[in-house]
Design a protein around this ligand. Structure first.
Ligand SMILES: NC(=O)c1ccc[n+]([C@@H]2O[C@H](COP(=O)([O-])OP(=O)(O)OC[C@H]3O[C@@H](n4cnc5c(N)ncnc54)[C@H](OP(=O)(O)O)[C@@H]3O)[C@@H](O)[C@H]2O)c1
Length: 263
């Protein structure tokens, strides 16, 4: 990769920073398509976020920045503008820096997830979806599932108040999708989506009871590592169609290009 004074820089702000892999994927794709863009992770502590964001406003060769744990919510109040979907979700994961330093935030997680499902042939329109988890990524995914035309969305979360609040927010934004909080029982659902972090560590419990899962239910993950979580392994063994979390990130490449206005 040739980085010069003409190269547009994209940062990825995180704390901790060691787990960030999206920068590598983006660098590879920008290079392969001949874009003069270089991506670098930055380790930024929460207490320094406002200072760093203000500094980026003044860095004229910076095209924008991505944000991940724990900055996705806190960055919103530091920006000049957010898209409608980022405002509804309440968090941002990519920001465009305008030529005059203005910062415009969007949340690409949900659209990336829906686009990523195409790799496995899983559809959402008219289908009944059970979503496990109502954390930061889960909020983005729930709105995108409703926007993609799901007939019903049931959200289950360990903290039930978060599931109820997310389901109510989705119902307000997408009245055609019947959204409510509910149990993690997959019986009667066409699609199950895991947005919890359960499955990242070997000792994690499964995020749902497998006894109600049938081969007719599609099962999708947003966890990227391991690629095949215990939930996906169990679903695959039952004969379910499965969707991998890595596609959610990979599909965000073209969305990042659109946000940064790289053709
Ligand atoms: N593929 C991608 O592009 C992509 C993008 C973003 C995130 N992710 C992945 O998505 C996962 C979630 O990230 P996030 O940013 O949404 O994190 P988060 O905001 O911390 O949310 C974590 C979620 O997992 C649940 N959870 C955690 N530990 C649990 C346990 N022991 N039992 C039951 N539920 C538990 C939480 O429930 P409570 O609300 O009850 O705590 C919450 O719903 C992570 O694995 C992350 O790597 C993938």
């Amino acid at each position: 990769m040739k980085i010069t004074g003409k190269t547009k820089i994209l940062f990825m702000l995180a704390d901790p920073v060691g787990h960030v892999v999206g920068s590598h994927m983006l660098n590879q794709r920008f290079l392969a398509e001949g874009h003069d863009v270089a991506v670098s992770p930055l380790h930024v502590a929460p207490g320094d976020l406002a200072t760093v964001v203000d500094a980026i406003r003044r860095m004229r060769n910076v095209a924008g920045f991505g944000v991940t744990i724990p900055h996705k919510i806190d960055v919103v109040r530091l920006l000049d503008e957010t898209t409608g979907r980022a405002a509804r979700i309440g968090s941002v994961n990519f920001v465009r820096r305008e030529a005059d330093g203005r910062l415009v935030g969007d949340n690409l997680d949900g659209a990336g997830f829906v686009d990523g499902l195409r790799h496995s042939g899983i559809t959402l329109r008219g289908r009944r979806v059970l979503q496990l988890g109502a954390g930061g990524a889960g909020r983005a995914v729930a709105f995108a599932i409703a926007q993609a035309g799901a007939a019903a969305l049931v959200v289950h979360n360990r903290d039930n108040a978060k599931a109820a609040s997310l389901a109510a927010d989705v119902a307000r934004a997408y009245p055609d999708c019947a959204s409510e909080a509910g149990p993690n029982d997959p019986r009667g659902f066409d699609v199950v989506v895991n947005t919890t972090s359960l499955g990242m560590r070997t000792q994690d419990a499964l995020p749902l009871r497998l006894d109600g899962l049938s081969a007719q239910t599609d099962v999708a993950e947003i966890i990227m590592s391991p690629e095949i979580t215990p939930l996906l392994a169990a679903a695959q063994a039952l004969g379910c169609r499965i969707g991998l979390g890595k596609y959610m990130l990979e599909e965000q490449y073209k969305l990042v290009k659109e946000l940064l206005r790289l053709s």
